[in-house]
Structure formats: C-alpha cells, structure tokens
Design a protein around this ligand. Structure first.
Ligand code: MSP
Length: 520
C-alpha cells in the first residue's frame, strides 16, 4: 500500500465571492497534492466552504435571500473558480451538508460526555468579520475595532457553553516543543507559544442568539460556535467520527492530516483551538499547520473601493491573458511562502518574460529547432547516457541539486526556492548552448558526435525541468513534454524522473510554437 498524504485548505466563508487570497492557499495546496501524487503517494486533497457563520446569514439577509440559497450560489463561485484554476481536490465539503452537521453534533456530544464542556455566560467582545471572541485586553489594544478589518467590535452578553480549553494548554505547549514541524514557519510557532504562555481563557462554543448554524446536541436553544463547526471539517470529510451513516470511516486512513495550509490570520484557531479539541477527543494531531502571508495589490491593501481588488473576474482576465498555469506559477514564485507579498502587473510581466519566456521557453524552442535542423527532429544519441563530457561541465551541478534539494524544499513548502533550483537548470543549459555554440559545430562533420551529446543534454535538461514544473504548471509542462515527444504520462515517481538519461535517443520531437511567447 502506498503512503498516504492528506492536505487541506481552510474552508472559505461564502459571505462573499472568492479572490486572490483564497486562490493562493488553494493553488499552494494543489501544488502539494499534485507533487505528492507524482511521487506515487495516495493523496487526499480537501477544500470546501464554511457556511454556518453568522456573517454568512447576515450577507444573505442583506441580499434578501434565504441563507441556504445564498450559500448554494456563493459555494458555486468557489467550485467554478477551482475548476478554472485546474484545482485537483478529491473532495469538497460544505458545512451545511448533513454528513458534516451530524458529525459536528457527535463531536460536541463526545466533548460533553467527556466533561469538557460547561454552561456559563459569555460577556464580552466579538469580531464578526473574523467570527472571533476578543479579550478585553486585545479589544482595548485596537481601540475596540477588529485587528484584521478595522471594523468596530460588537459587545454581547448571553448564556453560552464553554470548552475547557485551559485544561489542555500545557499539553499543547509540550506538543509544540516536541514537534518543531507542527507550526510553520518558525516565526509563527514563536508567536503562538508566547500568546499561549501569556494565558488563555476557556472557549465559548455556543451562541443562543443565532438561528443559523449547527444546533447544540444537548440544547436546541444554542448553535455551535462556527469555528468549532468549521475546524471539524478536516475530520468529518473523512467520515469521522463514525455515526452510523453511509460515510462512516470512508476516508479514515488519511488521518492525521499531513498539512493544514492556512493564512496567518487564522493561525490561532488552527494551532490552539483545533489541537486542544483533538486532544480532548483523544484524536491524533495533524502533523503540520503551515501559515502563509497575505497579498497586497499594487502596493496597497486590497480594496474594492481602491480599484486594486484581485477579484475572481480579475483572476479570469489574467488567466486569459497569460494562462492559468502562469498565474499559478507567479503566485508561488514571487513570494517566499510564509511571507507577505505584493501582486503587481509589472512584477507578473517581468517574471514571466525573464524566467518563463527567456530562460525556459527559449531554451525549449532553440533546442528543438537545432534537433530539427541537425538531427532530423529525432533526439540524438549522446556519447554516453550518463551525464558526462561537455554537458556535465554545465549541468551536473544543477541536476544534482534538483535531486538532492527539491524533496526537502517541497516538504517545507518552500515553493519559490524549489522553482529557483529547478529553473537554474534551464539557465545553466542556456549557458551551455552559448558557450559550446552547437550552430557552429553543426558546420563541421567531425564534430557530429559532440554536437549530438550537447543537444541530447539540452533536451534531457528540459525534460527534467518540465517534469519538476508539473505540479505548478500541469498544462504547460505537458505541452512542453509533448514537444519533446513525451506525450504519455510517465508513471515513474518524480524522484526517478529527475534522474539523468531517461530520454531515449531517437525520440521524435515536434516543435509547435513557443510555450511562453514573450510579452511586450
Ligand atoms: N472560514 C474561515 C476558515 C475556516 S477553516 C476551518 C476563513 N475563511 S476566509 O474565507 O475568510 O479566508 C480563508 C483564507 O483566505 C484564509 O487562509 C486567509 O488567510 C486567506 N486570505 C484572505 N485574504 C488574503 C489575502 N489578501 N492574501 C492571502 N490570503 C488571504 O477564514
């Protein structure tokens, strides 16, 4: 049986339509899912929508439609954007589905049975945008406005059920200490540790003033707090816990999750509430929670009124203009994953022209052109299939780095560096062509073997580069490989495919126009 790999995105609120921020997490998760599938792992990639939030009900009310109808419409926006971006999720969970709501009730019931929940009264601040309870201290710090949106906090007082979060925080700190990979990047781990160490309070997990959301199993007058409901999706989508329906345990083998990918704004929920809940339920903890940074646009915080909002429509336009693969590539190449970054048209164009059009696209075109002219469009035979001789001088090091470094870079979600290491092979191959001058060698019949070795090296290097790019740019990689005469799917794991010498001499190449036409 192959090793499993379970990757999740946050489930997105359906109060509004998706934008670049949602796409970012989902594309990153898709890259990881595709990468691990290419390595031969049994991957489960989950995304979905968070529908039971009070802000979702408020958005529906504002539009004058029923909450469920609103959810259906906005959920469809997310689903279709993921199709447009070629997202390969294995499941899509909606928190209004019975397979989820029934399991949330079962989870809450288990916590009740384990004496982890008590009835109290919540009196304090709430950030409706974040669906988050805010302590007096934190509220005061931001002048009683949301630290995220800047909008005013609301105050309410009502009877509520509480989860005994404080009973678990010492164990949580122990786990974080013992598992440095649990919260990434390290700066985020430090942030969580200091905040937990400063002290937490028990967590309010129900609202009695709402009529939208999962009903508390023990008290129909209360709805389950949306974050308890939402975080549970990572288990419920697997058919866990078992409740006696047709979904029971259907994908249970994937737990614990290998990576929960999230944005930095929802770190606390995923690294404190969620693991403490799981510990209270005696369920194994996810291996890693990785929090990425936020995008600004053209140097400013994205806003509809500023006109710099990268909405679904703008994404579609960029994809039409450059292709969806280029959009995917840009997001993960431009900014080291974990840091904040800025989206700008100029940056997109520059990166496209330098790395994709000049380095990679041009390398493919010139290699194919020369193989066409000098070897009748069939990959020439090198002096040796091993990486030796002239190409080795230029290519041995970058080829070796790809094999040695890319697995760890992917494991650490260091996408930008992965791409840099991979593209370094394309740059080195261009240098090899410039230095050896195959077009001059072609004029001298005595140099034929040398020429064949160099051009074999070019084609083989492009094959390795394109293979490594597959998770990021599945269509461009396939199109490029097809030009190299490799149109069927190579079933070997990627770690085998990056080895030198797999390209078979004699393979018929078929140039068919530039993969990344240069932009003016
Ligand atoms: N519903 C919750 C998540 C529940 S998971 C159990 C939620 N949804 S959300 O729709 O508001 O946001 C989802 C993700 O989008 C977050 O990871 C957030 O960081 C990300 N982004 C929202 N705006 C963003 C940017 N401008 N840039 C990058 N990511 C951003 O939170």
């Amino acid at each position: 049986m192959s090793e499993t790999f379970y990757i999740t995105t946050p489930i997105y609120y359906v109060n509004d339509a998706p934008h670049i921020g949602h796409s970012y997490t989902t594309i990153a998760a898709d890259v990881l899912a595709r990468y691990h599938r290419l390595q031969g792992r049994d991957v489960f990639f989950l995304t979905g929508t968070d529908e039971n939030a009070s802000k979702v009900a408020a958005a529906a009310a504002e539009r004058g439609v029923e909450p469920q109808q609103h959810c259906d419409e906005f959920c469809a926006h997310f689903r279709s954007l993921w199709q447009e971006l070629n997202i390969s999720n294995d499941d899509f969970i909606r928190t209004t589905e019975p397979r989820h709501t029934r399991r949330v009730q079962s989870i809450v019931q288990q916590l009740l049975d384990r004496d982890q929940i008590y009835l109290g009264k919540y009196e304090g601040w709430y950030d409706p945008g974040q669906e988050e309870f805010v302590t007096e201290l934190a509220a005061r710090e931001h002048d009683y406005t949301s630290a995220i949106s800047g909008r005013p906090l609301v105050r309410y007082a009502e009877p509520s059920y509480f989860f005994k979060l404080t009973a678990w925080t010492d164990r949580l700190l122990g786990h974080i200490q013992a598992h440095p990979e649990f919260i990434q990047p390290t700066s985020r781990r430090n942030e969580v540790v200091s905040k937990v160490t400063a002290g937490v309070e028990d967590l309010c997990i129900s609202r009695s003033s709402l009529d939208w959301g999962v009903v508390m199993p023990n008290d129909p007058g209360h709805r389950v707090y949306v974050w308890i409901d939402a975080l549970s999706n990572y288990l419920t989508a697997l058919g866990l816990p078992e409740i006696g329906d047709e979904h029971d345990g259907e994908s249970a083998k994937y737990w614990p999750a290998d990576v929960h990918l999230i944005g930095k704004d929802i770190l606390w929920f995923h690294t404190v509430y969620w693991p403490c809940m799981l510990m209270a339920l005696q369920v194994e903890l996810p291996r890693t929670v990785f929090a990425h940074g936020w995008w600004t646009s053209e140097g400013k915080k994205m806003s509809k009124s500023l006109g710099n909002f990268i909405s679904r429509e703008v994404i579609a336009e960029i994809c039409r203009d450059y292709s969806r693969d280029v959009f995917r590539y840009f997001l993960l190449r431009e900014v080291p994953f974990g840091q904040d970054g800025d989206f700008s048209r100029q940056a997109l164009k520059t990166r496209y022209n330098t790395e994709l059009a000049n380095d990679l696209g041009n390398l493919l075109s010139r290699s194919l052109k020369m193989i066409g002219l000098y070897f009748d469009a069939a990959v020439p035979s090198p002096q040796a299939r091993a990486l030796e001789g002239e190409p080795a001088k230029f290519l041995a090091e970058p080829v070796e780095r790809i094999a040695a470094e890319t697995p760890a870079l992917m494991a650490g979600c260091r996408f930008s560096e992965y791409l840099r290491v991979v593209l370094e092979l394309a740059a080195a191959t261009n240098r090899c062509i410039d230095a050896t001058g195959p077009f001059r060698l072609a004029k001298d019949p005595a140099q034929r073997e040398r020429l064949g070795t160099i051009l074999y090296g070019c084609a083989e290097a492009v094959r390795i580069v394109l293979s490594c790019l597959e998770p990021f740019m599945p269509e461009k990689a396939a199109a490029g490989l097809a030009q190299l005469g490799l149109s069927g799917r190579d079933a070997e794991p990627l770690r085998e495919r990056v080895k030198w010498g797999r390209l078979v001499p004699g393979t018929a190449v078929a140039a068919s126009g530039p993969l990344f036409p240069r932009r003016q």
